[in-house]
Design a protein around this ligand. Sequence first.
Ligand code: TXA
Ligand code: MG
Length: 384
Amino acid sequence: MEGNSAVQTIIWAPQGYQSDLTRETALPGSVAGAHVRRAASLAQTVAEASERLRGGELVAFPTETVYGLGGAALQEGAVRAIFAAKRRPVDNPLIAHVASREQVAQVSDEVSPLAARLMDAFWPGPLSILLPAVSHLPVALTAGLPTVAVRMPSHPVALALIAATGQPLAAPSANLSGRPSPTTAAHVLEDLQGVIAGVLDGGSCEVGIESTVVSVEDGQIMILRPGLITRDQLLAFSRHVVWDPHLLTHSEAGQPRAPGQKYVHYAPRGEVMLISGKDRHSVHLQMRERAQATMARGLRTALFVLAPAPQLTDVAVTLRFQLGAVNDPAAVTRQLYAALRAADEAQCEVIIAEYPPDDKDYHALRNRMLKAAGGSVVNASERA
Ligand code: TXA
Ligand code: MG
C-alpha cells in the first residue's frame, strides 16, 4: 500500500513455481525495503509461512482461482485482522479453506449426503459449499450466520500451507475491498505490501476468477456465486439446481444469499462500458466508434478485445488489452482481473470491453464483468 510500510512483507518463492517476481520488481507504489524475497524449497517456505499463520499473522497464498489472504480460521484475532487489512465490510463472511476432508470437522459437524457427493466430485477444486457452522467459530468468520463456507483448493502450495498450519485458513481474495481480485503475487503486493506478513508466490492463477459458491439444502443446490463449476455440472448431483434469484435480476432490490454479491466488486477506477450484440462485427464497429469518441474528448481509454477483431487492430487508444480468443473462454477468464488492473495502472477513465457471448462457459466471467460495469450493458445497435 502506498506510503505504508509498517511491516516488511516477505515474498516466499517456493522453488519450481513460475514467478513474475523473480527479480526485485519495481511495483507501483512500492516503498524501498518494504518487501524481501526468499527462495527455498516448497517445504521450507511453507514451514516459515505456516509458522507466521499459527502466530496469528496474515499470509497471502495462491489458489487455482485467485490469491487468498490467509489467516488462521479458528483464531478470532487473525480473522479480524483479515477484515482490517482488506478494509472489508464486516457483514461479508469468509471462506474456510481445508487441506483434507477431516479438517472440515473443525468448522462443521454436519455434512449432508449431497454435500459429501459434491466434495467427492469437485474437491480439491473451485467449489465453496455452505455447511452448518459449529458454534465456537470466530463470529467474524461467518459474520454471525449459521453457516460457514468451506472449500478445498487444488493448488499444491495452498494445500501444503493449510496442512502445515494444522487448521483451516480463512481466506478472502487478497485484494483491498473494491479492487479487482489478485491473480499474481505482484497484484497482492500492489494492494497489501507493508500490511501483511507475506505472500507465497506460486505464479499466475489458472482459473482467474473466484470459486462457485453453493448452498445445499433438502436435496436442492442453490448457486450463490457463479464460477468455473457450472450449473450443468451440478445438475448431475441434483435435479434441483437453482440460482439465487438475486443473480438473475441484477436488481438492487432484495438481499443476495452471499452477502459479498451486494457490493460493487471487481471495480476498476475507470468506467466500464460493456458492448454486446448478436453480430460481433457490429459490436466491434460500435467499440471502435465509442473509443474514437472518448479519445477525442481527451479521456484515457482502454479497449478490452476478444480475438479475432480485425476492426479494432488500428484504433488509437491509451491501452489495448487482448484478453484472448473468443473461442477460448478459459483463457479470456484468466485475463480479466489483470486487464482491469492494467487499466487502473494506465489511469484509464473509460474501459470499453466486448461482452462475451451468452455461452455457459462465459457465464461466470459475464457475471464479474457486469459487476465491474455496475450492471449495465450497451447493445451494439444503440447509437454512441
Ligand atoms: O475462489 C475463491 O473463492 C477465493 C479463493 C481465495 O479461495 N476466495 C474468495 O473469497 O473469493 P471472498 O471472501 O472474496 O468471497 C467469498 C464469498 C462472498 O461473496 C461471501 O459473501 C460468500 O462467499 N460467503 C461466505 N460465507 C458465506 C455464508 N455463510 N453464507 C453466504 N455466503 C457466504
Ligand atoms: Mg473477494
